[in-house]
Design a protein. Structure first.
Length: 274
């Protein structure tokens, strides 16, 4: 008797590969009817939830939607966008407060306890590790690097550098100038962080893959990115990946020839059952 793995190997040589967050997945290409950017507003139904957000109309047909992120237990794109925006808003406020604290310490001649190293503040730590394949977002974030470093350097000059000047008035003027510089760079950084929130949302587009099963049932799958149609070799899932409750939404592990990347193959019967 032919098992499910053998049946899949015999029925399909090509798979639609997609991305959700940083993980790659594969869909049986024989079931794919169309691929497009989701531009139509989703109509929300009384039973809508994170997994089943609602319906769209396509070519005169009603297409129920499945959010694959939610179906696979991942954070939804909307939740990820909201968290990203909240994080940038917090980092923006951090730097506004940072400048206020710098001014207070200069005014009262107190030690400055906040980070003067741009790599050690909360934003700097995030910035140094954040990666994105979206070139528009990456290009904009690179514009923040120089003013952010200059902002922190003002505090370094004001507090960390040994001052060997004999002219006290000159040092006082220098400190006033540094406060002005700090405010200037802070406004630039704050403006760029505000723009980053808009750019991130505008450049994060959801793709909709419409699939059709053997009963001609249509379903729209919401994904982050569609990559390619390509052959894969399949292996059975380890027992730890098998669902113990609810529909089985993964069927196999897929591997591409000449690549170390591992893909998770979606069990379309389980997806349709949602």
């Amino acid at each position: 008797m032919m098992n499910k793995l053998d049946a899949l190997k015999d029925s399909n040589d090509l798979w639609l590969t997609i991305k959700l967050q940083s993980q790659l997945y594969a869909i049986d290409s024989t079931l794919v009817e169309s691929i497009s950017v989701l531009e139509e507003k989703i109509s929300v139904l009384p039973e809508s939830n994170d997994i089943k957000p609602g319906i769209i109309h396509s070519r005169g047909r009603v297409i129920p939607l499945i959010n694959l992120r939610a179906a696979l237990g991942l954070k939804t794109l909307e939740a990820e966008q909201t968290a990203f925006e909240e994080m940038l808003e917090q980092r923006k406020n951090d730097h506004i407060n940072w400048v206020h604290e710098m001014e207070r310490c200069l005014q009262n001649e107190e030690p400055f306890r906040l980070a003067t190293d741009p790599h050690k503040c909360a934003f700097g730590k995030w910035y140094d590790t954040y990666q994105t394949d979206n070139q528009t977002i990456a290009f904009h974030l690179r514009k923040i690097d120089e003013p952010h470093k200059k902002l922190h350097h003002t505090a370094h000059l004001a507090f960390d550098c040994p001052r060997q000047c004999d002219d006290c008035e000159r040092e006082k003027c220098l400190r006033e100038e540094l406060k002005e510089d700090a405010n200037t760079y802070m406004k630039i950084v704050v403006g760029l962080l505000d723009q980053a929130k808009t750019i991130f949302r505008d450049n994060t587009r959801t793709m909709c893959v419409i699939v059709q099963d053997k009963q001609n049932t249509l379903l729209g799958l919401l994904v982050d990115e569609v990559l390619a149609v390509e052959p894969l070799s399949l292996k059975n899932l380890p027992a730890s990946c098998l669902s113990t409750s609810g529909p089985q939404v993964l069927s196999h592990i897929g591997e591409k020839e000449g690549s170390a990347a591992t893909l998770l193959v979606l069990d379309m019967d389980g997806i349709f059952s949602l």
